[in-house]
Design a protein around this ligand. Structure first.
Ligand SMILES: *Cc1c(COP(=O)(O)O)cnc(C)c1O
Length: 428
């Protein structure tokens, strides 16, 4: 028994000793995954309710993805964009048709795709909107999370993400998330210099904050009125997570080929990442129509790994799985069941729980305690003990985001685990 427990301790100590301390993980060491399950080095099985921050929407080690990855890896993995490869074109055709844009620009990580979108937006601002050189502005929202580069953290409102990383990149203005009036005012004041509006359709890292009903639609209309690009960061919300192919699809639950559906709010620039590869490999993308994407010409932007054949093969397979297995519809249906059960739990345990919110299978349970308290962390430790992995965000919020392949039976089992844990949980 001693030896079994020491297994986890061994790996944790190695990381502590030799790795930078830029994360504070739960003390669980995972070694295997399959579908909604992961196993630790002691052989204990868990439901994964984080899905690597929504990268693993298709479930762990999906056999089709493993096959696509290994077959392509054995054939050709990287050429650089100095030459063409036979996977990039088919992938670009597939993804642009699926999401309804003229062009795709391939990158690797989410932050890189956001940086790319910012560059395209600024260049468009100078070349198409005729904003005077170096005066372009981009409006963002408070509590945003768009990644970790210096430019991106320059417009973060999180002191941990930002502190002592200056000097910061200028050119960003911020409004409170969901505040249409503030956005209108900002545009009236600065509109001529504003090139874009960068927004998460649901704020994931902030604690699964769903904006007021009409915010995105009104914001998109204001963008049109002021000739400002509406840039949707769907790195976390996209690819089925929120109960439709994209969160900007709204209540449209078709498999994507519906860009003119009544609830669809079309972004000028769409940013994807995370589940675009089903967790196999870093793949991100920026999509836009020609009138915007044509500002990017040879030599103006690039990435050694961007658009490599391995990434392209994996991304096509990942997107096909989403549609073949009707994962957005599953997320929508099971998300409703999950929130109903959590709502009942919130009402039964008002001292510990404050509320539940979210869309599709991107949900959060709000803990009735201060952000500085350890209650959510303790609850996550107890959940892990009972076989379910989740992580607090912003102290007193627990995000619940299982792979979208989860079944009704499994999600009901998970609700039972959460209820049991909450029931036995002694508030410290
Ligand atoms: C995760 C995330 C990013 C950054 O993606 P990385 O791959 O970690 O660089 C950007 N925007 C949103 C909304 C995210 O959730």
């Amino acid at each position: 028994m001693q030896e079994v427990q020491n297994k986890a301790t061994y790996y944790i100590e190695l990381e502590n000793r030799h790795g930078a301390h830029n994360y504070h993980p739960l003390p669980v060491v995972l070694t295997k995954g399959e579908g909604v399950y992961v196993w630790d080095v002691n052989g204990k099985q868990y439901y994964d309710f984080l899905s690597a921050y929504s990268a693993v929407n298709q479930g762990h080690c999906h056999p089709r993805l493993v096959k696509a990855l290994s077959e392509q890896a054995a054939r050709l993995a990287l050429t650089s964009r100095a030459f063409h490869n036979d996977q990039l074109g088919p992938y670009e055709k597939y993804a642009t048709e699926l999401f309804g844009f003229d062009k795709l620009l391939p990158m690797n990580t989410g932050a890189e795709a956001v940086e790319t979108a910012i560059k395209i937006c600024r260049k468009w601002g100078y070349e198409k909107k005729q904003i005077p050189e170096d005066e372009a502005l981009i409006i963002v929202c408070g509590q945003n999370f768009h990644g970790r580069t210096v430019t991106i953290i320059s417009f973060s409102s999180d002191p941990d993400a930002k502190g002592h990383f200056g000097p910061y990149t200028p050119g960003f203005l911020s409004i409170p998330y969901g505040d249409t009036d503030a956005f209108r005012q900002m545009l009236e004041e600065h509109g001529k210099r504003v090139a874009g509006f960068l927004v998460e359709p649901i704020q994931g890292e902030a604690g699964v904050v769903v904006p007021p009903e009409n915010f995105l639609r009104e914001a998109a209309a204001l963008c049109r009125q002021h000739q400002v690009l509406f840039i949707a960061d769907e790195i976390q919300t996209g690819i089925g997570r929120s109960g439709s192919l994209l969160a900007v699809c709204g209540d449209c639950s078709c498999e994507g080929r519906c860009e003119r559906g009544p609830t669809y709010i079309r972004p000028d620039i769409l940013i994807l990442g995370k589940a675009l590869s089903g967790g196999m490999y870093p793949v991100s993308a920026v999509l836009a129509d020609d009138a915007i994407m044509e500002v990017i010409t040879p030599g103006t932007h690039g990435s050694t790994y961007g658009g490599n054949p391995l990434a392209c093969a994996v991304a096509v397979e990942a997107l096909e799985i989403i549609q073949d297995e009707k994962l957005p519809q599953n997320a929508r249906r099971l998300g409703k069941i999950f929130r109903e059960k959590m709502q009942a739990l919130v009402e039964a345990f008002p001292k510990l729980l404050k509320g539940v919110r979210g869309k599709g299978l991107l949900n959060a349970l709000l803990i009735n305690d201060t952000p500085e308290s350890s209650t959510a962390w303790q609850l996550c430790l107890a959940l892990a003990e009972n076989g379910l992995l989740a992580k607090p965000t912003h102290g007193n919020i627990i995000r619940f985001a299982p792979p979208l392949t989860i079944t009704e039976e499994q999600i009901i089992d998970c609700c039972r685990i959460i209820e049991q844990t909450v029931r036995t949980f002694e508030r410290p």
